[in-house]
Design a protein around this ligand. Structure first.
Ligand SMILES: Cc1cc2nc3c(=O)[nH]c(=O)nc-3n(C[C@H](O)[C@H](O)[C@H](O)COP(=O)(O)OP(=O)(O)OC[C@H]3O[C@@H](n4cnc5c(N)ncnc54)[C@H](O)[C@@H]3O)c2cc1C
Length: 413
């Protein structure tokens, strides 16, 4: 566990700031850093004793674990925002060579590239041909045209072959962290698959805390004492970055029309020896096992770790036993497990963009109350990106709107 508690700024400085940000996850910290560099003063209020929210990294028995498997998309909005702040994330690419897919007890080479497609036992020849042609064409499709189509409808249009469709759904779950294809807009599904197959992702050296530390270290950001606040601070401008639409409504009184959340359960295990496979994607059950820790320096010398996550179908109860049996099917021997950490139910996306709302454009905007200068940040806000990309894109939009609001104010005196 990173026990560094929040270093509090003097009470009068914190209270006098031009902008107050509620929530010290990556969204709130990014919005604060963007405001600070314009010269306006900014205070962050975080309810817990450490910054980071869902991007914190915990240490257990010498192993470092993110809040579930986390990868940064290299082609997405988040990286651009971080770079504009002078932050260059570092970390390795995933070890996808030899990746596997599992259907029931059968574990075989994942049919990703041309070679693995040939070698995979999960598909017959016709399916292989169809999947190869489908994947080859996916980069040229325009996601915005699919905004009002559900992921299920789009995948049905892509291929008439059930085995091919289930592989595509497996890749979509991996890239979107959601298991609700009937409601998820195909715009997000396609865009995330394009990002994954295009520039790809990196894991972060030492965990996602790398980003939290880089943002929280900005000396211009003022820190209020850890306190879960229940009323909006009285300030010239306020940015609410509390992580979900529900917590934003609790603070602002504004109701939002959004899609459902996407949830996962996670079992992280520290291992005394390397796993048999670095990546195993479950077609059925909908699981994902990955070796994030070893390549990014999050394990003690000579040890390894893997995370296994279940993409929960809305309405299903998480079950640690299902995660454990997937570990075993993926070849992790129980005697190699040195430590484990279970996260029963985690919100991977607080409100997914849906076909019914017309895709990304249908998400609430950052403006909650422009006259009062109140703005929202989160993975459910604004028309750009998914997961952290949406969080940092909305942080950028909210910071800009808050600064514009301050600069439009009549000069007093
Ligand atoms: C299992 C899992 C895997 C993920 N994998 C990926 C991935 O691979 N790639 C990717 O891009 N994204 C991934 N994500 C998503 C990413 O972690 C989140 O989008 C991002 O961290 C959310 O940041 P946030 O600041 O919006 O919200 P949060 O991190 O939830 O932060 C909100 C903060 O607000 C504080 N807060 C709430 N209410 C109050 C209050 N009233 N007063 C004061 N403070 C308050 C909370 O304590 C919290 O610290 C994953 C998420 C999960 C759960």
């Amino acid at each position: 566990m990173n026990d560094e508690s929040i270093e509090v700024t003097s009470a009068s400085d914190a209270a006098d700031s031009d902008v107050h940000v509620v929530g010290g996850g990556l969204g709130g910290l990014t919005a604060a850093a963007l405001v600070a560099r314009t010269g306006h003063t900014v205070t962050v209020h975080e309810g817990r004793s450490r910054f980071g929210g869902r991007a914190t990294t915990d240490t257990k028995d010498g192993f470092r674990f993110n809040q579930g498997p986390h990868a940064l998309y290299l082609g997405g909005e988040a990286l651009g925002v971080l770079r504009r702040l002078g932050i260059t994330p570092t970390g390795p690419e995933p070890r996808t060579k030899g990746a596997r897919m599992a259907r029931g007890h059968e574990v075989s080479i994942a049919p990703g590239g041309p070679l693995s497609l040939l070698g995979s036992r999960l598909l017959g020849w016709r399916d292989k041909f169809d999947l190869g042609a489908t994947l080859a064409g996916i980069g040229r499709l325009d996601p915005t045209r699919l905004a009002s189509q559900s992921t299920t409808e789009w995948v049905e249009d892509l291929s008439a072959r059930p085995r091919v469709r289930e592989i595509i759904h497996t890749v979509i779950r991996l890239a979107t962290y959601t298991n609700a294809p009937d409601v998820l807009t195909a715009e997000v599904a396609l865009r995330q698959v394009q990002l994954a197959l295009g520039d790809g992702v990196i894991y972060l050296d030492n965990g996602w805390e790398q980003l939290v530390d880089a943002l929280a270290a900005d000396p211009r950001i003022r820190h209020a004492p850890a306190d879960r606040i229940s009323e909006l601070p009285d300030a010239p401008a306020v940015i609410v970055a509390t992580g979900t639409p529900e917590s934003t409504t609790a603070l602002t009184g504004t109701e939002f029309d959004t899609g459902p959340s996407a949830e996962v359960s996670v079992l992280d295990v520290g291992l005394s020896r390397p796993p048999r496979h670095d990546t195993v994607l479950g077609i059925d059950p909908p699981m994902y096992l990955s070796n994030h820790g070893t390549p990014s320096g999050m394990t003690p010398p000579g040890a390894s770790s893997v995370s296994v996550a279940e993409y929960l179908v809305p309405g299903t109860e998480p079950d640690r036993g299902r995660l454990r049996s997937f570990l075993e099917h993926a070849g992790i021997e129980p005697e190699s497990i040195r430590t484990e950490r279970y996260l029963h139910r985690m919100t991977a996306v607080s409100a997914i963009a849906t076909a019914e709302h017309g895709g990304l454009r249908g998400r609430p905007t950052v403006d909650i109350d422009q006259r009062a200068g109140v703005y929202a940040v989160g993975d459910w806000v604004g028309g750009r990106g998914h997961l952290l990309d949406a969080v940092l894109a909305s942080a950028e939009d909210a910071a800009r709107a808050a600064v514009d609001h301050l600069e439009r104010r009549p000069v007093s005196g």
